[in-house]
Design a protein around this ligand. Structure first.
Ligand SMILES: Cc1cc2nc3c(=O)[nH]c(=O)nc-3n(C[C@H](O)[C@H](O)[C@H](O)COP(=O)(O)OP(=O)(O)OC[C@H]3O[C@@H](n4cnc5c(N)ncnc54)[C@H](O)[C@@H]3O)c2cc1C
Length: 502
């Protein structure tokens, strides 16, 4: 690569939530330390946000407007960094809790939607009566789940699949009827391959601390109740929240904040190569950029792992080899808007998850307009169906017409709504869009970080947490590591990352 002109202290590759939140944390930390740091963010697409995408869709015939999410529709509040980022960006009064009525989640059993019993926290029952009365699990399956109270805790630190863990503690039926459909439908994950330690480390912690998942979840519930806010104070945010303007409001606000802080944003620009240049890096760009190459003291790759593998291969072939082993699956969503009067049997709750054994072509359906206010006009219903993943990868090959036909056939079967009554619909396909944390994932990530040369970093959804709060948390730690390197304080170690995010 020939001589470069612009010289950054830090260049971030990828303008999804991981890249943008890392840039934002760098700005905050530089300001706190009274340092001037030149930051650039390069994004291949002409749209910021990566998988975060909100569209306002208008049906001209009925003059109705719908807010449609292509990717995430919410983030979890138990992991504080997502909520904190939104609040720090001044979005505190834009945070939207889920509705508090009609909150049921259904599981399809032999073609019939049955509600998950009240008090099932994630996968674990914490209320006896609704659970005992629920037809979702057979009497024998319920007894087996209750054995969790007596089964001895596993004490070692080694990883296992989520499926093995659930089978061990709660039994096969809990896996088939609750855990597998929730994982596939909501998290696009495969319980039979998914690393417990990378995805639900809290379950292992609870097992070790309380000797039982049920006892641990009951204790957590009691603790939450004892910390309830005093009467009259505003209600705390629900377990999942969004923003009034949809998930993209977070991205738009981040972009405005970064622009105002002097961060140089380069959309429609692809990083083609990263090469060492003395103690720095030369970075080759293509696309709508002002120049073909720039240089940077530190480069942060907030790109999918397979893209990062291509970029680091010439400098760190071992890291590239490991990055390539992070498996991805492809998924998509179709969002459909109907008049309520055209849906004879609506799913009366937040959504429906569908076990593999039901052999359907969709994995889950969310009722966006029941879950959130302001997503559809009052007389309409907005539903979002999830397809693809490892269950039905063939769905990704269908063209729009075939896809709509197949998904609508399921929707008609489940709700009675027919395709001729569809007011609006939007299809989003995320090819290789979902990183999978297979058993041993965290060890692999540790090794990747150790194999990267000084000054080159990876961050974001492929590594230490997939969701928006995970990406924001990793962004903060990555920014700390980079600032430490720029200051020459020498605390820039992969170990620091591992400890801070675990
Ligand atoms: C359908 C769906 C629903 C989801 N629902 C939720 C949810 O409800 N809650 C939640 O918390 N999470 C959810 N997730 C997960 C979450 O949205 C993602 O994990 C997260 O947004 C990924 O952010 P990221 O920045 O790591 O990656 P991305 O968003 O993939 O961003 C990476 C960016 O890098 C860019 N790029 C790639 N190569 C280059 C290059 N060479 N040069 C420049 N730029 C490059 C890409 O164009 C992209 O914009 C969902 C995901 C999907 C697909």
């Amino acid at each position: 690569m020939s001589e470069s002109s612009t010289k950054y202290d830090v260049l971030i590759v990828g303008g999804g939530i991981a890249g943008l939140s890392t840039a934002w944390h760098l700005v905050q930390q530089a300001a706190e330390q009274g340092r001037c740091v030149r930051i650039g963010v390069v994004e291949a697409s002409d749209r910021w946000g990566g998988k975060i995408r909100t569209d306002i869709v208008h049906d001209p015939e009925s003059d109705r407007r719908f807010l449609i999410e292509g990717g995430p529709d919410s983030f979890i509040t138990q992991k504080p960094e997502g909520l904190k980022l939104a609040r720090d960006l001044g979005l505190g009064d834009r945070i939207l809790s889920t509705n508090t009525v009609r909150r049921a989640v259904y599981v399809l059993k032999r073609g019939k939607p049955l509600p998950l019993p009240d008090g099932v926290l994630l996968i674990v029952p914490t209320e006896f009566v609704p659970f005992a009365l629920s037809p979702l699990i057979s009497p024998l399956g319920k007894l087996r789940m209750g054995l969790d109270l007596f089964i001895r805790a596993r004490k070692d630190e080694s990883d296992e699949t989520l499926a093995d863990f659930i089978r061990r503690r709660l039994g096969q039926e809990a896996l088939d009827r609750i855990a597998e459909p929730l994982m596939a439908g909501i998290y696009n994950a495969e319980a039979e391959r998914q690393s417990l330690l990378a995805t639900f480390p809290r379950f292992r912690m609870i097992e070790q601390k309380y000797g039982s998942l049920i006892k641990g979840m009951l204790a957590a519930k009691a603790q939450r109740a004892s910390h309830a806010p005093p009467p009259g104070s505003p209600p705390p945010p629900t377990m999942f929240v969004s923003l009034q303007g949809g998930a993209s409001e977070l991205i738009e606000t981040l972009i405005k904040s970064l622009e105002a802080s002097g961060v140089e944003l380069r959309p429609a620009t692809r990083v083609e190569r990263v090469e060492p240049q003395g103690s720095e890096f030369a970075v080759a760009l293509s696309g709508a950029q002002r120049e073909q190459r720039v240089s940077a003291s530190a480069v942060i790759l907030a790109t999918p792992a397979f893209h990062s593998a291509d970029l680091v291969r010439p400098i760190a072939p071992e890291a590239a080899g490991l990055l390539e082993t992070i498996r991805y699956v492809s998924t998509g969503t179709i969002t459909m808007g109907f008049l309520k009067s055209d849906v004879p049997r609506p799913i009366d709750g937040f959504g429906l998850v569908i076990p593999r054994s039901e052999n359907r072509c969709v994995n889950a359906i969310t009722c966006s307009s029941i879950k959130w206010s302001g997503r559809a006009p009052d007389d309409c219903l907005l539903m979002r169906a999830f397809f693809g993943g490892s269950r039905r990868p063939d769905m990704m090959d269908l063209d729009d017409e075939q896809l709509l036909e197949q998904v609508m056939a399921e929707v008609t079967n489940l709700t009675g709504a027919t395709p001729d009554r569809l007011l609006v619909h939007r299809i989003y396909r995320w090819h290789r869009g979902n990183p999978q944390y297979d058993v041993g994932h965290l060890e692999r990530v540790d090794q990747i970080e150790q194999q990267l040369p000084d000054g080159l970093y990876v961050t974001g959804s492929p590594y230490r947490g997939i969701g928006i709060p995970d990406c924001a948390a990793q962004g903060k730690v990555t920014a700390e590591r980079v600032m430490a390197r720029l200051a020459g304080t020498g605390t820039d170690t992969a170990q620091a990352m591992s400890e801070a995010t675990s």
